[in-house]
Design a protein around this ligand. Structure first.
Ligand code: PMP
Length: 294
């Protein structure tokens, strides 16, 4: 454990210059019985290893060691609920791009992080805008990796729409199909069917997205993974976003067009309730998704 003010890196840290690093975003919740549980910890740590594998970053730890380290970091900070940020990065040493031989470091930080897109957005829905920045091409960036440098694309989009007064940016892929938001996957209820971009598209394979697909399926609602166009957003019955930070956030407006009746719709409400019952409530449907902190 390193104190907050002592958690420093060298200015020549390779990942700081060139963006080759991988990270995760995880949440720990206090459930109805007062126990603290980290949600889908193993899947997040496995995705961190996959991101590193894609980047050819050798992680000098096992999945089990990093899971344990996450638990201990929450314990050391005495948080009842928090966000966890594991980060794997290349340290200083060689400054050439290949950086062969630079040490891989792994840090885990935790902090208190409320509703990422705001409490008001979580309850009543957010206003989103399609960004002028295109989501990265699947052979230019490795979109299945949660890779630090790739987030420049998301940040450009997010800043663009926030400066224009919107809450979140939606990005189209290089073919023009809807891919995802700057830090969330997108679900659209369209003519009675729930659609989301396919895993093979230019999207991060969100763990919340997977949770949504399973929870809806268990309630008899199939999610169709298929490409869809921008105008289908405008005429959708409901739209919501999913992500560890943003949880399940309804979207009430896109590009100044009201979505449905401008309020969270029935399927959005079903999945929001199911999700929060799973992470913070008393649902015992998926014990395999919960890691006890105590
Ligand atoms: N897409 C992007 C670009 C993201 O950064 C995130 C957040 N990790 C997501 C989707 C949602 O992923 P998850 O549900 O695993 O948090």
């Amino acid at each position: 454990m390193v104190d907050y003010q002592d958690a420093k890196v060298h200015v020549l840290t390779h990942s700081l210059h060139y963006g080759l690093g991988a990270f995760e975003g995880i949440r720990c919740y206090e459930r109805a019985d007062g126990q603290r549980m980290i949600f889908r910890l193993t899947e997040h740590i496995q995705r961190l290893f996959e991101s590193c594998h894609i980047c050819m970053i050798e992680v000098p730890y096992t999945v089990e060691q990093l899971e344990r380290a996450c638990i201990e970091t929450v314990q050391a900070n005495s948080f009842r609920e928090c966000y966890l940020r594991p980060l794997a990065f290349l340290g200083h040493g060689k400054m050439g791009l290949s950086a062969v031989g630079n040490r891989t470091h792994v840090a885990i930080a935790t902090w208190d992080w409320g509703a990422y897109l705001g409490e008001e957005g979580l309850s009543n829905g957010i206003r989103a805008k399609v960004s002028s920045f295109t989501r990265q091409h699947i052979n230019a960036s490795m979109v299945k990796g949660k890779i630090t440098g790739q987030y420049v694309n998301s940040i450009l989009a997010k800043r663009e729409v926030m400066n224009a007064g919107y809450d979140e940016a939606i990005m189209l892929d290089t073919q023009g199909y809807v891919s995802e938001a700057s830090g969330e996957n997108i679900f659209v209820v369209y003519r009675g069917r729930v659609l989301t971009a396919p895993t093979g598209a230019s999207i991060l394979a969100g763990i919340t997205r997977d949770t949504v697909i399973q929870l809806l399926q268990e309630r008899g609602i199939e999610v169709v993974q298929a490409p869809f166009s921008r105008d289908m957003l405008y005429t959708a019955d409901e739209i919501f976003m999913s992500g560890t930070a943003a949880e399940i956030t309804p979207v009430r407006e896109i590009d100044d067009r009201r979505i449905g009746d401008g309020k969270p719709g029935p399927i959005t409400k079903i999945i929001q309730e199911a999700y929060f019952d799973q992470v913070r409530g008393s649902s015992d449907a998926h014990p395999e998704w919960l890691t006890l902190v105590e």
